[in-house]
Design a binder for this molecule. Structure first.
Ligand SMILES: [Zn+2]
Ligand SMILES: [Zn+2]
Length: 399
């Protein structure tokens, strides 16, 4: 089977679309595409949206799709965002819809995000007459790779006129049967850094004739730990991790230089902008003390995901109405990053988690793992919650 579509249901409802959403997810899972290369994926999405009818479709960038469902009466505009990209990972699952593309895998659940938003679009398109305002379905490319598709879409005007934006992540840290919503900080801004420490290489038996960058790098790594433990307010979350260390070729040669890479994670913009200067002060001091030199470069990543109060309240009510109040939990913030934050720079919004872990079925591997999988019942939650949020926000009979 190369395509997931059967003839589409005539008047889809959240119940009737459920199995089709799973079919779509499996089709996308078999056919993953990397960030900025979501060619077939975006075409698949555009084809489905065209079948539903009643929407204005556009392709703001080569591999993204936006569908505007404009109701017969005026009113507010709600954007709902799904990401579509996969990761450069060789899949090790053995289910029947395993990736057919070597070295590429939907290991973050974006196949699920895309298909559950398609499900919501199908249901809402069939109820267009009830809409006072607009629902804008944003199928975004390249969440996993800087600079991220989100900011490209914002720059292309996708958020123009939007009053509120929502989005979800299928979430393995949470069991299926829970949906986590949280106002305020949810995910951190992930910045990356690269450091080169240069000394003067030579024979390992004559260290006094060289400046050893390995020893200096070791001290730099240790001293960088002072930033989080001694310089940043203990009540402001921060991570500074050196995650790669490369240098040297042989046991009897002192190398000329050593390369380090790592990540900085913060929530507070003030802390975020303070850390590079603290790093540089330490690296400059340590290298100067030992006669070495350095280069430091920092690549700014996504903004932190900070959820709007009102959008989070809308989600809580939608979860309670669509699935039931018993599934609703307060989401736990984490230091992971998400480019949903790009939309929140221009528009109030809330990003939430749909639990997709299932211990009994062995669906326990974390995001970006070669055996990552989802409890597919979570897709139905996503479709229902999106539909309920939209009908409350732009439904004609909204209270
Ligand atoms: Zn991911
Ligand atoms: Zn993701």
């Amino acid at each position: 089977m190369t395509t997931a579509t059967t003839a589409f249901l005539s008047a889809p409802t959240v119940d009737s679309v459920r199995d089709t959403v799973i079919e779509w997810r499996r089709y996308l899972h078999r056919n993953p595409e990397l960030s900025f290369h979501e060619k077939r994926t975006s075409q698949f999405v555009a084809d489905r949206l065209a079948e539903f009818g009643g929407m204005e479709l556009s392709r703001p960038t080569p591999t993204s799709v936006v569908a505007r469902l404009i109701g017969p009466k005026p009113g507010p505009v709600l954007a709902i965002r799904a990401d579509m990209d996969a990761l450069p990972i060789e899949e090790r699952n053995t289910h029947e819809f395993v990736s057919r593309t070597p070295g590429v895998m939907h290991a973050c659940g974006h196949d699920g995000h895309t298909s559950m938003l398609l499900g919501a679009a199908a249901v809402l398109a069939a109820r267009r007459d009830e809409i006072a305002g607009e629902v804008r379905f944003v199928f975004q490319h390249a969440e996993e790779l800087l600079p991220g598709g989100g900011q490209e879409l914002v720059r292309a005007g996708v958020m123009d006129g939007v009053d509120l934006v929502i989005g979800a992540h299928l979430w393995l840290p949470m069991p299926f049967g829970q949906v986590g919503v949280k106002a305020g900080p949810l995910m951190a801004s992930p910045d990356t850094f690269r450091i080169t420490i240069s000394g003067d290489g030579g024979h390992a038996a004559m260290p006094h004739k060289s400046v050893d960058p390995v020893v200096v790098a070791a001290q730099v790594i240790i001293n960088l730990q002072h930033i989080v433990s001694r310089n940043v307010d203990p009540l402001a979350p921060a991570v500074v991790s050196v995650t790669t260390l490369h240098g040297g070729t042989m046991h009897n040669v002192i190398p000329g230089s050593v390369q380090l890479e790592g990540t900085i994670r913060t929530f507070d913009p003030a802390v975020r902008s303070e850390i590079p200067a603290l790093m540089e002060r330490i690296i400059a001091g340590v290298t100067a003390a030992h006669g070495a030199r350095y280069e430091l470069s920092i690549e700014r990543g996504y903004h932190a995901v900070i959820n709007d109060e009102r959008a989070s309240d809308l989600l809580r009510r939608a979860v309670a109405r669509a699935v039931g109040p018993q599934v609703l939990v307060e989401a736990t913030a984490c230091m992971g990053g998400e480019d949903f934050s790009a939309y929140q720079q221009t528009t109030p919004g809330s990003f939430f988690y749909i639990g997709a872990r299932n211990e009994e079925r062995g669906i326990v591997h974390p995001h970006h793992h070669e055996r990552f999988d989802l409890d597919e019942r979570a897709l139905d939650y996503g479709t229902r919650i999106f539909v309920a949020a939209a009908l409350e926000y732009v439904g004609e009979s909204r209270s």
